[in-house]
Design a protein around this ligand. Structure first.
Ligand SMILES: Nc1ncnc2c1ncn2[C@@H]1O[C@H](COP(=O)(O)OP(=O)(O)OP(=O)(O)O)[C@@H](O)[C@H]1O
Length: 327
């Protein structure tokens, strides 16, 4: 649909243009921030999991929050949406302080995050999950959601919105299936559709690509881009750097609880601090250790395992010039 594509490009361009003059530095001020956080700290015992001095999220943009495992991204999401409490700090959404606000009130204010489908939710049907999206986040009771005759006046509107969203996310044929029977990708779509039941302004997605079959990847990317198309702001945590490059207008990097870097994807991903943060387990190793691992082939095995491939005997073979049977 050319018109949709045109409009999508225009929205992306508008977001990129709005961010063009923003300094590429941690805590950079944005021209029209929807979310602003200050001095947010969360300790777990002796560990300072989140230590964010200042961060702003530009309205109407798709912002990626990236960083190595344990950087504090999910904890920061939990704090912002009221699922966890900070030791100190403050943040505003649309200029309104949300510190100490419970999740359903955060959602009612227009800021939602996706939830993983727990075992309990897997035992409900797709449409029941959608109804629960309207109620769980709005603070209505579970039983009222499950027993629509107790609140018939609202039920029609909620069901209609749920049906529309299911059609948009191509889940309408799964309407009466148990959520637990869906594939990983379909579950992600259901999570996203359910979050939209409250007509949010800011959608926070925690690893939308995790566990998604490549066949559904493109469709998921389009759905996320479409949220911006419809005027929403998106903040997402993701390890899939292709996704970040493809759809993010702005990238915020966390490491050890702090904001390390910010900027457009192409700038951030070539930033030495970001490359450093992502070097991960092998970063601290001495060359001698790495050489030893190369000699014994264990590094090749690790790499192969991460890529889901057979251990690559050829790596050792190429280095030694020997074949498997010693020739
Ligand atoms: N409830 C908790 N109790 C104790 N430590 C926790 C708790 N939740 C998180 N942590 C610790 O806080 C740190 C940040 O974890 P968090 O899950 O926020 O990181 P992350 O950046 O989301 O990582 P990942 O990309 O692996 O999901 C980690 O060291 C983690 O072990």
């Amino acid at each position: 649909m050319p018109d949709d594509n045109l409009s999508l490009t225009a929205k992306r361009e508008a977001a990129v243009t709005a961010l063009a003059d923003v300094p590429r530095e941690p805590g950079a001020k944005k021209p029209d921030p929807i979310l602003v956080a200050d001095d947010v700290k969360r300790h777990f015992g002796g560990l300072l999991a989140v230590d964010v001095d200042h961060v702003e999220v530009q309205r109407g943009s798709i912002t990626a929050l990236i960083g190595p495992n344990g950087a504090g991204k999910t904890t920061f999401f939990n704090l912002l949406t009221g699922f966890d409490r900070p030791n100190s700090g403050s943040w505003t959404f649309n200029g309104r302080s949300l510190h100490g606000t419970p999740p359903f009130k955060v959602a009612r204010a227009g800021m939602v995050r996706t939830f993983q489908l727990t075992k309990a939710l897997s035992k409900l049907t797709v449409i029941e999950n959608m109804r629960l999206g309207a109620t769980q986040q709005k603070g209505e009771s579970f039983w009222r959601a499950m027993l629509p005759f107790t609140w018939r006046s609202q039920e029609d509107a909620i069901t209609q919105r749920a049906e529309e969203l299911l059609a948009r996310f191509k889940l309408d044929t799964k309407r009466d299936d148990f959520a637990g029977s869906l594939s990983g990708g379909q579950r992600k779509l259901l999570e996203m559709a359910r979050a939209l039941m409250v007509e949010p302004e800011l959608v926070m997605l925690d690893e939308p690509m995790a566990g998604v079959n490549p066949a559904l990847t493109q469709s998921l990317l389009e759905h996320v881009s479409n949220l911006r198309e419809q005027g929403m702001t998106v903040l997402f945590v993701e390890h899939d750097m292709d996704m970040v490059r493809d759809i993010a207008d702005w990238v915020v990097v966390m490491g050890q609880g702090k904001i390390l870097a910010e900027g457009p994807p192409e700038t951030v991903m070539s930033d030495p601090r970001v490359v450093d943060a992502y070097l991960g387990a092998h970063h601290d190793q001495s060359l001698a250790e790495l050489e030893e691992q190369l000699e014994t082939g264990t590094l090749a095995e690790e790499v192969a395992a991460e890529l889901g491939q057979e251990p690559a005997e050829t790596v050792a073979v190429e280095r030694t010039g020997e074949t498997k049977d010693g020739r």
